[in-house]
Design a protein around this ligand. Structure first.
Ligand code: ZN
Length: 87
């Protein structure tokens, strides 16, 4: 949560700031989270699973409880490269 607040704060100065979903890939990872591993979105947008961040407190419990994924901020200059790799 704190990380997301920081990302939103940063996005005020960097409007094109992106975020990337990083799944903790092991046997307990939700299939729905493993499948969006590496997904890049604008900071203010939801990921394709409807969450703003991994463990989003406003998300449904079945998508957030015990979620060990994280998200990282991606500056616009490298977003294109990251998106290419994730595709
Ligand atoms: Zn997760």
């Amino acid at each position: 949560m704190a990380a997301h607040a920081q990302q939103l704060e940063l996005a005020k100065d960097v409007p094109d700031l992106r975020k990337q979903w990083i799944a903790t890939m092991d046997g307990r990872t939700r299939a729905s989270h493993a499948s969006i591993h590496g997904e890049v979105r604008l900071t203010k947008r939801q990921f394709s699973n409807g969450l703003m961040i991994p463990g989003d407190p406003s998300g449904p419990p079945e998508e957030t409880i015990n979620c060990r994924c994280r998200s990282v901020a991606i500056i616009p200059e490298v977003a294109a490269e990251v998106e290419k790799e994730a595709a």
